[in-house]
Design a binder for this molecule. Structure first.
Ligand SMILES: O=C(O)Cc1cc(O)ccc1O
Ligand SMILES: [Fe+2]
Length: 426
């Protein structure tokens, strides 16, 4: 049996029980076995064909069958509001979050750090970190505010979704589309990582321009799971994130009961080791857009609602060049995380599991130690290895949550203090 189908945004047809998937129509009068046909759209019905994403699900019970949602009072740090007082323009950085209390699952273990825009705008992105040590057994989650990009930092995740089962380990990423119900199992007993929640246009592969038809993240390396379902007639809690708040309801069966599906909207996983990294073979440090894995465009051409960018292992060969990231002030706002290893612009203080924020126009770049090392380096070919940092870059300035603002490192500005003054000729 196929576990995963290769390709990005392909039209997949899959059934976990032979004969469950209707042939030649979406909504027959009597679907096989008494299944219920249901459409899930990820774009407006009238979106241009090349952007249109939707799938048809054939399930044991319709997902409409549930009582009203009431406010969920767990997960106090998930979906927490951002500061509404004037936000200082300071650069911010955080250590990894503390260990979770015993019995914390992925949802209760989620801490929202940064967000911008109102989810109701259908634009913007939020950055969450998670630390969990318990499986989601009798409950599922879905997010009506956006698609969820999972970026594990330690410990594997199994995402049991309405569309199928996805297994990922640190170094891999997975995407769960808006509205898709899932529960997370922790095969290693605990897991930590990051989630980018995209409220805007669906993440897609960037155009390659002069790079050509191949390179960066290649479409065939994305993997979409085959249909899988569970037939469990027990009490399940369904938690939903909706317009920035968490809600809960209870149903008498697992909603992961999709026996067959077909369409173009589905979860996927991708191994960042497959990223075909491009960079200079002559001189100068290219703009980091060369490392874009996924982009969510805004309505302004070339100005992303959110870009997911990685800093993977790569050879550095540039001649007469300051090789690490240069000093810069950008119109775009940058959240960065580290999956493992060290980031070449920060010698200290940016740990795996940590996070940093450089909002629009904040001066940043290499810390003093990294600047000195790169300035004095012998420029032989050098491999940056054993590392994977990433950035969620957005055109909308981020606001930290109150929780995040209270816990930022107190001394981050010190990273850029003590540069020697340039000496002009007399
Ligand atoms: O600030 C950062 O470290 C991210 C970054 C990396 C890079 O190579 C160039 C610009 C940039 O913002
Ligand atoms: Fe930057």
């Amino acid at each position: 049996m196929t576990d995963y189908f290769p390709g990005f945004g392909n039209h997949v047809s899959t059934e976990a029980v032979a004969g469950a998937l209707p042939i030649g129509r979406n909504s027959p009068q009597k679907p096989a076995f008494g299944l219920y046909a249901e459409q899930l759209s990820g774009t407006a019905f009238t979106a241009p064909r090349h952007e249109n994403r939707r799938s048809w699900l054939y399930r044991l019970r319709p997902s409409a069958e549930h009582p009203p949602f009431t406010r969920y009072d767990g997960a106090s740090r998930f979906a927490a509001g951002t500061v509404d007082t004037p936000l200082p323009p300071n650069r911010l950085r955080w250590n990894p979050i503390e260990a979770p209390a015993p019995g914390t699952d992925l949802i209760d273990g989620m801490t929202t750090m940064l967000a911008n825009r109102d989810p109701a705008d259908l634009e913007g992105v939020a950055v969450h970190v998670y630390a969990a040590n318990a499986d989601m057994d009798m409950r599922v989650f879905f997010d009506s505010d956006g698609e969820l990009l999972f970026i594990p930092q330690s410990g594997r995740l199994t995402l049991l979704t309405e569309f199928g089962r996805i297994d990922i380990a640190p170094g891999q990423i997975a995407l769960v589309p808006r509205g898709v119900r899932f529960r997370a199992i922790l095969p290693d007993g605990e897991a930590r990582g990051y989630v980018a929640e995209n409220h805007g246009a669906l993440f897609r592969l960037p155009d390659l321009g002069p790079i050509g038809a191949n390179g960066l993240a290649n479409p065939r390396d994305f993997e979409t799971p085959a249909a899988w379902f569970e037939d469990r007639d027990n009490s399940f809690e369904v938690v939903q994130k909706h317009l920035g708040n968490l809600w809960t309801t209870r149903i008498d069966h697992s909603p992961l009961d999709v026996v067959a599906w077909h369409g173009t909207l589905a979860p996927w996983r991708y191994d960042l080791a497959r990223f075909n990294t491009m960079n200079t073979v002559s001189f100068d440090h290219p703009d980091p857009s060369i490392f874009t894995v996924l982009t969510s465009p805004s309505d302004v051409p070339g100005r992303a609602n959110a870009d997911f960018v990685i800093f993977p292992p790569r050879w550095m060969v540039a001649e007469d060049t300051f090789r690490p990231p240069w000093f810069h002030r950008n119109i775009m706002s940058e959240a960065m995380g580290l999956i493992h290893g060290a980031y070449d612009a920060k010698a200290d203080g940016f740990a795996p599991g940590g996070l940093s924020l450089h909002n629009l126009m904040a001066g940043h770049g290499p810390d003093v130690t990294s600047w000195r090392a790169a300035t004095d380096a012998d420029l032989k070919p050098h491999k940056i290895d054993g590392t994977m940092a990433f950035m969620v870059e957005t055109c909308w300035p981020y606001r930290p949550t109150c929780h995040a603002l209270d816990r930022a490192q107190p001394d981050y500005d010190e990273a850029w203090s003590g540069f020697p003054k340039a000496q002009l000729p007399r």
